[in-house]
Ligand binder design. Structure first.
Ligand code: ADP
Ligand code: ASP
Ligand code: MG
Length: 443
């Protein structure tokens, strides 16, 4: 069995839904994970924020606007009368619920149920479209099998058991459609896997059914060597290893949700990235194999806070680092980068929810400085710390203020901390000077 995931742009218009229909029209049985149509989740977030702010009129206006978009999509996608009526009724029901939600007291649960509607709409519409086109299709409601535990980790045992139970309870289908992104939490309430989470849904399902392959179909021809939103002339990479892809996704490459690689790496299931609008392009194949050499790709993650912890008296005393780490552990805050000198330890975090209390704990035995608006630029490649071209990196970046460096933590990764205001220049310089001359990237 295969798992295919289509993102927001891929299901974002009638034309693209037709592309998706052609792509999945192959002999293999498959589970197809869909995102919301592009723009929908952002619109639902805006609606929810207006409800939270008590601006009911603004929320209702946005709900009506989104409703118009869906009415037009239904009209253009479905011409078979009974299916069109069925989808129309479903869409009306969702928008009626949204109008009711606008008058309710706001809380996280309400927010999460509002956000879930995007994927519910896209999967309902698309499944009926496939029925109209003569496919043998069934819907697997994600809220009947997808669940995260109290640590927000997928509850793999529950997912596998309920997914198989659900499939067995339905007449056999060639194509099973399900919602990405949405899930139940440990208490059975609706939650989600964070923005961009449909990628993660796909690999969680891929692992649960031990799929032959998971394919993520999006609006670009695979993983590029730099962020195409900020840099021109980026190139698609034909292969990446799980570790390389995981590192790049974790450090900000938007093409993959940060956790996507984990479930498939565990079971050695190939992960393929493909372009819905150009299915003939090779895309990127992610496996346990490492190919090519030198710096292969760069990604950047914003919203980083640096914490410098100084203690002239204590630093070299054993137990000092332990004391620091224990504080971060107590307040469940992950550290991304760390460097030490004789009198200070500097580290970075991106989750600042407990920053204040962490700082006050650290101040009991050290001086603490905090700086925000930083970005981590992450460079990835096979054995890059040994590659003869790597030192050139520092010449290329001599005008950029590098605040911290992690070099040698692994052989395949170098991380640089820069001010976010310097990120663009850093990425562009790396593109112009480091990637010129690499020909191994595209097949
Ligand atoms: P989808 O809606 O299909 O999930 P996303 O917008 O989440 O699509 O991800 C695809 C986008 O990720 C691309 O259009 C591109 O702008 C962005 N992106 C950022 N970094 C990279 C990268 N290294 N390689 C490819 N795309 C990237
Ligand atoms: N629709 C969700 C989002 O926009 C999930 C996804 O697209 O992967 O974040
Ligand atoms: Mg995405």
């Amino acid at each position: 069995m295969l798992v295919y995931k289509f993102g927001g742009t891929s299901v974002g218009s009638v034309v693209n839904m037709n592309h998706v229909k052609d792509i999945i029209n192959t002999k293999n049985q498959k589970i197809v994970v869909l995102s919301a149509m592009s723009g929908t989740t952002n619109a639902l977030v805006a609606i929810s924020e207006n409800i939270a702010a008590g601006d009911i009129n603004a929320a209702k206006e946005q709900i009506n606007h989104l409703n118009d978009t869906y009415n037009a999509a239904v009209y253009n996608l479905l011409h078979e009368a009974s299916l069109r009526q069925e989808v129309s009724n479903y869409v009306n029901g969702i928008f009626k619920n949204l109008h009711q939600a606008a008058t309710r007291n706001f809380n996280t649960q309400l927010h999460n149920s509002i956000l879930a509607n995007g994927e519910l709409l896209s999967t309902f519409m698309f499944s009926r479209f496939l029925l109209q086109e003569g496919f043998n299709v069934a819907v697997l409601p994600a809220l009947d099998f997808m669940r995260v535990d109290r640590n927000n980790e997928p509850d793999n045992f529950y997912i596998k058991q309920n997914l198989y139970r659900l499939i067995d309870s339905l007449p056999a289908a060639d194509i099973y459609i399900t919602q990405g992104f949405i899930s139940l939490d440990a208490d059975g309430a609706i939650t989600n896997l964070q923005r961009g989470g449909s990628d993660y849904t796909a690999t969680i399902i891929g692992a649960a059914i031990e799929a032959d392959e998971v394919q993520i179909w999006t609006d670009i021809d695979g993983f590029h060597n730099n962020d195409p939103r900020f840099v021109n002339d980026t190139k698609a990479l034909s292969h990446l290893s799980y570790d390389e892809a995981a590192e790049l996704a974790y450090f900000g490459a938007k093409i993959l949700h940060p956790q996507t690689v984990m479930p498939v790496r565990r079971l050695d299931i190939p992960l393929r990235l493909k372009n819905t609008m150009a299915p003939e392009a090779h895309g990127t194949l992610i496996t346990n194999q490492t190919r090519g050499e030198g710096i292969k790709a760069v990604a950047a993650k914003d919203g980083i806070t640096a914490i410098k912890i100084k203690s002239v008296r204590m630093l070299l005393a054993h137990g000092f680092l332990k004391k620091i780490f224990e504080i971060f552990e107590t307040y469940e805050t992950a550290i991304d980068m760390i460097t030490t000198s004789e009198i200070a330890v500097s580290l970075t975090i991106d989750d600042t929810r407990n920053l204040e209390i962490i700082v006050s704990e650290l101040q009991k035995f050290a001086e603490v400085e905090v700086e925000d608006y930083m970005s981590i630029v992450c460079l990835v490649g096979n054995q890059i710390i040994y590659h003869p071209d790597t030192p050139e990196l520092f010449q290329v970046l001599q005008d950029v203020t590098i605040r911290m460096i992690a070099y040698g933590g692994s052989n395949n990764n170098i991380s640089l901390l820069v001010n976010t205001s310097d990120k663009l220049e850093t990425l562009q310089k790396l593109q112009r000077y480091v990637f010129k001359g690499y020909s191994v990237l595209v097949e």
